[in-house]
Ligand binder design. Structure first.
Ligand code: CP
Length: 364
């Protein structure tokens, strides 16, 4: 039975009550005026939202092609400031948020590790983030703890200066903005061949600890006819919680430890690296992942319109020689990250309708 709460806002509910809700029950509390406000987990997105952000990212990308367009974009959020709080390593997510902020005029600040904040003196992460909310209008956070961004979003809603929180990667659990850029990349790859609907997507590698896979597979469940194959060594196979959600959503799912046999049937292959930073005693380094790698010898097996993705960083599971193949879209994913994150911040601050108007003038 659903937990009863007094309103439809985070400030009307206790943390324990909020935690007990299902994602579908939490989702309405993460919006403001019909727009996304907190971005915490991929189950909060529906198809309408995905279609909108894809369109918005494409319009923003096209507007930015000219100097006039770029200057226009840079004025949209010029009065806002964003704190990029990344206490787990990141190259792409940090830099794409940083670049997206500059693209739409948001002034970025950064904390890139607890060693440079007063957390080193013993301040709690909660107090640290609450301090940011005194100076900034948005917090984008990467944190090793699953659910931390959710807790902070709730905590800030109880303060005198609530501001939106964007989860840029939380533990082994979720990476919702990566899932958005992955969907954007897939949509662009399949634009001429019927979109994402009906496609077979093969996830490969360390699926047990890959938060990008967990977030993206839930979004793919929103596309009718999609079939998901999870190719991994048994000890690194996808979690039962995700499988249960996918089965409940009616998504056909296959588990295998023979990745190379799946290549000819794949419309998209989503490679991932070994996530041994989560090991307690280096145990997963003993696993032979050569059977879960993609080399030039596999290119002839790949469908002509297939897309080969990787959230990156890679550690040899895709040979660099494969980069030259037009079906290798992982560097495009990196660029798409900036556009989708710019679009997301425009939506959070209700400036997306201005993009519609500018783009219409530009193209009419
Ligand atoms: N895809 C991704 O999250 O990359 P980074 O860890 O470099 O941000």
């Amino acid at each position: 039975m659903a937990v009863m709460f007094r309103g439809n806002s985070l400030k009307d509910i206790s943390w324990n009550e909020f935690q007990a809700l299902r994602p579908a029950e939490k989702a309405p509390m993460l919006t403001s005026g019909g727009h996304p406000y907190h971005i915490l987990f991929s189950q909060q997105f529906d198809r309408e939202f995905l279609n909108r952000i894809i369109t918005l990212a494409t319009m923003t990308r096209r507007i930015a092609k000219t100097r006039g367009g770029l200057l226009y974009l840079q004025g949209l959020l010029a009065e806002k400031r964003a704190m990029l709080y990344f206490v787990q390593p990141s190259t792409r997510t940090f830099l794409s948020f940083f670049s997206a902020c500059e693209m739409v005029g948001l002034k970025p600040g950064e904390v890139r590790g607890t060693s440079t904040s007063s957390e080193l003196k013993g301040e709690s992460p909660e107090d640290t983030v609450r301090t940011f909310s005194s100076y900034f209008d948005l917090i984008v956070m990467r944190h090793p703890e699953a659910g931390f961004a959710e807790r902070i979003a709730w905590l800030l809603s109880t303060t005198e200066r609530p501001i939106p929180v964007v989860n840029a990667g939380s533990g082994k659990d979720q990476h919702p903005t990566q899932a958005l850029l992955d969907i954007y990349t897939l949509q662009r790859s399949f634009e001429e061949v019927g979109g994402i609907e009906g496609k077979t997507v093969v996830f490969v590698g360390d699926l047990a600890r890959g938060r990008t896979v967990r977030s993206l597979s839930r979004l793919l469940a929103l596309y009718p006819g999609v079939r998901l194959v999870f190719a991994a060594p048994p000890s690194l196979q996808i979690g039962d919680d995700i499988l249960a959600e996918l089965r409940e959503a009616g998504v056909p799912v296959q588990l295998t430890d023979d990745f190379h046999a799946t290549i000819p049937e794949a419309d998209a292959i989503y490679m991932t690296r070994l996530q041994d930073e989560w090991d307690i005693a280096g145990e997963s380094q003993k696993i032979d992942l050569r059977r879960f790698s993609f080399g030039v010898e596999h290119l002839p097996l790949l469908k002509p319109n297939a897309a080969l993705l990787h959230p990156l960083p890679r550690r040899g599971e895709i040979a660099v020689e494969v980069d030259h193949d037009p079906r290798a879209v992982y560097w495009r994913q990196v660029r798409n990250g900036m556009w989708i994150r710019a679009a997301l911040m425009l939506m959070i601050f209700h400036r997306d309708a201005e993009i519609d108007r500018y783009y219409e003038d530009l193209t009419s």
